[in-house]
Design a protein around this ligand. Structure first.
Ligand SMILES: Cc1cc2nc3c(=O)[nH]c(=O)nc-3n(C[C@H](O)[C@H](O)[C@H](O)COP(=O)(O)O)c2cc1C
Length: 216
């Protein structure tokens, strides 16, 4: 049974392009994996603390020497790291906020980049696994777009996931939501605009797993 970890961070719900497109990805993925399991980590529901002095102490102190405060500070991080390790595939739905990931998603990253858990002095400790990012933006960041260089989400995510060992990262740029935000187009049109690309992304991950299975 394959497990898809679905990480969502938009403060919007029904009107969130990243969430609605992620739901379409999941529907397709479940069609291809009828016995698959989807674990959702919704960062609007899990209130993540920023890392603290107790967290830093706990992260770099052997378990036996940790104070009760350090142990407490690491609990959520331990849970998130375990969730990440157990996922066969990862789906990330995120808005761009001020050219980067939303603060709640950065807080998530800070919780899971853990010495001797997800990286060590030799490099990333996580097995590589297919990861798809659906990035919703108001404007466009495709090759040649005027603000292409200001997209700090794609490079950041590829670097930080790669730092933990996850290098198979595909990013689907769902841009142009400005037209919807200004009332010049409908949300439904934008969902439709990216639907085929999302379904294709979900299918290609399934094909890849099937191919892997037939090789191994
Ligand atoms: C605080 C904030 C900052 C934003 N910053 C950017 C930005 O830097 N570039 C951009 O293209 N869109 C920006 N947007 C627009 C969102 O990325 C866009 O509305 C997107 O559709 C949000 O994702 P969602 O529909 O999944 O909620 C910003 C929106 C908010 C609320």
């Amino acid at each position: 049974m394959k497990t898809l970890l679905n990480i969502q961070s938009s403060p919007r719900f029904e009107t969130s392009l990243s969430r609605v497109l992620s739901d379409q990805f999941i529907q397709q993925w479940l069609k291809d994996h009828p016995d698959g399991r989807v674990i959702t980590r919704d960062l609007m529901k899990t209130q993540l603390p920023f890392i603290s002095i107790e967290w830093l102490g706990g992260a770099f102190m052997p378990a036996k020497k940790q104070t009760p405060e350090m142990v407490k500070a690491m609990q959520l991080s331990d849970e998130l790291v375990a969730e990440l390790k157990n996922a066969d595939q990862i789906l990330i739905g995120t808005p761009m906020h001020n050219y980067n990931v939303p603060a709640n998603f950065k807080a998530y990253i800070d919780q899971v980049v853990r010495f001797n858990h997800t990286y060590n002095l030799n490099g990333g400790m996580l097995d590589d696994r297919k990861t798809t990012v659906i990035l919703a933006t108001a404007r466009f960041y495709t090759a040649g777009a005027p603000e292409e260089q200001c997209n700090y989400v794609s490079g950041f995510l590829k670097c930080i996931l790669g730092y933990m060992g996850i290098k198979d990262v595909s990013i689907l740029l769902a841009g142009g939501m400005k037209a919807v935000n200004l009332g010049q187009d409908t949300f439904e049109n934008y969902v439709e605009k990216y639907r085929a690309e999302v379904i294709e992304a979900a299918k290609s991950t399934s094909d890849r797993i099937k191919n892997q299975n037939s090789i191994s």
